[in-house]
Design a protein around this ligand. Structure first.
Ligand code: ADP
Length: 217
């Protein structure tokens, strides 16, 4: 279903979020205080507009209250990012996701009701580091301080074995959420499904268990 998003702040992060949402077929309003940035987004958004995200009147003028999802991607200007988030939550926007610059920014955003706080550099750095240290880990997403999802290349000994035979949850405490085989994606593998060479396992679990799984398989 087509959704409506507004992205405020068109730095690298805001541009990449807007462009991808637009490519996925959603309606995207792209906003920045800088006209040049707005003009650059004309082809990669549904509407684009010059406005100050920290100005209530300007936000109302954009019809921002008609949007269910707003992404605040104002980078360095932490004060504007906080004010914008506060105004959006006061206006009753259901889902406000905000890019945080640092720990203190995060704390304030949390207090004023941001629905999700994103640290793109930190998260990406984390994922890259996981790739670097292990040639088995293909991707890595941190869910919380303790839990993560990892995409791990299936080790050769699993070849032709079923999930029930491998008994991975009992042995390692992690759960296989899905199997990727080339372009095919099995998101609810059954106990009798067999793993084949070159499969990629999508595994969820406690970080310690994931590490143990990755190191001992
Ligand atoms: P990134 O790290 O994602 O590249 P930047 O800090 O470079 O982020 O970019 C943030 C964007 O937010 C800039 O394009 C800037 O013009 C815009 N911006 C800054 N303040 C405001 C504001 N008050 N309202 C709307 N956009 C703003």
């Amino acid at each position: 279903m087509k959704k409506q998003f507004a992205v405020i702040g068109l730095g690298r992060f805001g541009v990449s979020v807007s462009t991808e949402l637009h490519k996925l077929g959603h309606e995207v309003l792209a906003v920045d205080i800088n006209e040049t940035k707005v003009n650059e987004m004309v082809n990669d958004s549904t509407y684009s507009s010059v406005a100050d995200g920290a100005d209530e009147k300007a936000l109302r003028g954009l019809g921002i209250t008609n949007f269910d999802h707003v992404i605040v991607a104002i980078g360095d200007n932490i004060q504007a990012s906080i004010l914008c988030t506060l105004l959006l939550k006061e206006m009753g926007i259901a889902s406000v996701w905000v890019k945080a610059q640092n720990y203190y920014h995060h704390k304030v955003l949390d207090k004023i009701g941001a629905d999700k706080i994103i640290h793109p550099e930190h998260d990406m750095g984390n994922r890259i580091a996981q790739h670097l240290v292990s040639d088995k880990v293909i991707d890595y997403i941190e869910l919380s301080d303790d839990f993560s999802i990892a995409e791990i290349a299936a080790p050769s000994f699993m070849n032709q074995q079923s999930l029930i035979d491998l008994d991975i949850r009992a042995k390692f405490g992690v759960t296989i959420l899905g199997l990727k085989r080339g372009k095919q994606f099995n998101i609810s593998p059954r106990a009798e499904d067999q793993i084949q060479a070159n499969d990629i396992l999508i595994v969820i679990g406690h970080k310690n268990d994931l590490k143990r799984f990755e190191e001992n398989t």
